[in-house]
Design a protein around this ligand. Structure first.
Ligand SMILES: [Zn+2]
Length: 423
């Protein structure tokens, strides 16, 4: 099994099963409902874990929650902790509804303060960090390998914000003294304050896995400064830290504007509610994880059409067509899910397809049971009521369908809805 690593700029071979394969993927800063872009690293980590487990690996995924941050203070002055708690619950609910399960652990920065403080104390004691005005900064001057992940020379790097306390412009904050308007703070050897963003992840990853682990993931936008700084902090203590650095391509919304009836809500919640979790997953699988991926009406409709093609295979008689080795080869080569989907399109063997889709959280495609005609008629009436903006009638019909044990989902392709038996 090979995966591309940003650190070495080449494909790296994983150790043979059972590993272990310990994975730490950076999670969201929680202050609103998570954008669909947050679903990409989440889904990548979960899908990769599922595949590694299928391959016989002992695979663990830790996905952190950044629940103290300027954005949270700005979004909820005086009530930042309450907002962060609410948005954490939203994130777990919304990503959970993708149907991929949840990471093995979702540690929160505010629960890791003692480890973070002790990490910073070690950096200060080793001469890698210094206190200034109640803040603590990491000194990049002594970090010989600084810049290795993002392939930059220190002089060329974008400096972090300058408040006149730092010795060098590229030095970055490990601990920040409490400022007016910040309503959460923790005690430390340097006074009341809160952790910087980068140190959270070094501390939480090492809390979970110790000083060395196999895979660190996150969006391409995190290579610098976040991951460069995580690596510098851990290496300063002599820790190897992550061996393979996976950075997923960014999710863009560049295409046509979403139509009103199809929903403009580009949160994970909105996409799952408007399109169904299968469409969201199929769209995420349809792009290679390293490449950019555009979420727009066209790509969502393509994903919906792809799902329908697979459902039709399950509606047709099973034939002994399909070779697991082809599917495996696609995923072993840098976890190439679009190539794996191309392989699945050639298969007709239901059992094999079911096994493959179970890894992708799409085993529901096999349940292509047709709804009774009287329910299809109700769903058509509901669609017409919605189009006429008679939402009360539409809701009444939805309830009637649900009472019969089925769920009606709005989809892009004709007839505009799909009936799924409720689990
Ligand atoms: Zn992180």
């Amino acid at each position: 099994m090979k995966l591309y690593s940003t650190l070495t700029r080449r494909l790296e071979e994983l150790p043979p099963p059972p590993g272990p394969i310990r994975m730490y993927f950076c999670g969201p800063t929680v202050y609103q409902r998570a954008h669909i872009g947050n679903a990409r690293p989440f889904a990548l980590g979960m899908l990769l874990r599922a595949w590694l487990r299928e391959r016989g690996y002992d695979a663990t995924l830790v996905h952190n929650i950044t629940d103290v941050n300027d954005k949270i203070y700005d979004a909820a002055p005086g009530a930042s902790a309450e907002l962060a708690a609410r948005a954490t619950a939203w994130y777990i609910e919304d990503t959970g509804d993708l149907g991929l399960g949840l990471p093995d652990a979702l540690p929160k920065a505010t629960d890791a303060i003692p480890s973070i403080v002790s990490f910073i104390e070690k950096l200060v004691a080793g001469g890698h960090a210094y206190e200034a005005g109640g803040d603590v900064y990491f000194s990049v001057a002594g970090a010989r390998e600084y810049g290795q992940l993002s392939r930059q020379r220190v002089e060329q790097m974008e400096p972090e914000e300058d408040n006149g306390l730092k010795r060098a412009p590229q030095d970055f904050a490990l601990w920040k003294a409490t400022k007016p308007g910040e309503d959460t703070s923790w005690d430390s050897p340097w006074g009341l304050g809160r952790p910087g963003w980068h140190i959270e992840c070094s501390a939480m990853a090492e809390d979970a896995f110790g000083p060395v682990f196999e895979i660190h993931g996150g969006g391409l936008d995190l290579v610098f400064p976040h991951h460069e700084n995580e690596l510098a902090q851990s290496r300063a203590l002599g820790h190897d830290f992550a061996r393979i650095w996976m950075h997923n391509g960014m999710l863009t919304l560049g295409g046509e504007k979403m139509s009103k009836s199809r929903g403009n809500d580009m949160t994970i919640r909105g996409v799952v509610d408007d399109w169904g979790r299968e469409v969201a997953l199929m769209l995420l699988l349809s792009g290679h994880w390293r490449k950019p991926l555009d979420f727009n009406l066209g790509t969502l409709e393509q994903a919906a059409a792809q799902l329908e093609t697979f459902r039709n295979v399950f509606r047709s008689p099973s034939e002994p067509v399909g070779d697991w080795a082809d599917f495996e080869a696609a995923l072993e080569d840098d976890f190439n899910t679009p190539e794996a989907l191309a392989v699945l399109h050639g298969w007709r063997a239901h059992e094999l397809l079911r096994r493959a889709f179970a890894i992708f959280g799409l085993e529901s495609l096999a349940d292509a049971e047709e709804a009774p005609p009287e329910l299809a008629a109700l769903a058509e009436q509901r669609r017409d009521a919605r189009e006429a903006k008679d939402f009360a009638e539409a809701d009444r019909l939805r309830e009637q369908i649900e009472a019969a044990g089925w769920e009606v989902r709005d989809v892009a392709e004709a007839p505009g809805f799909r009936l799924v038996r409720r689990s």
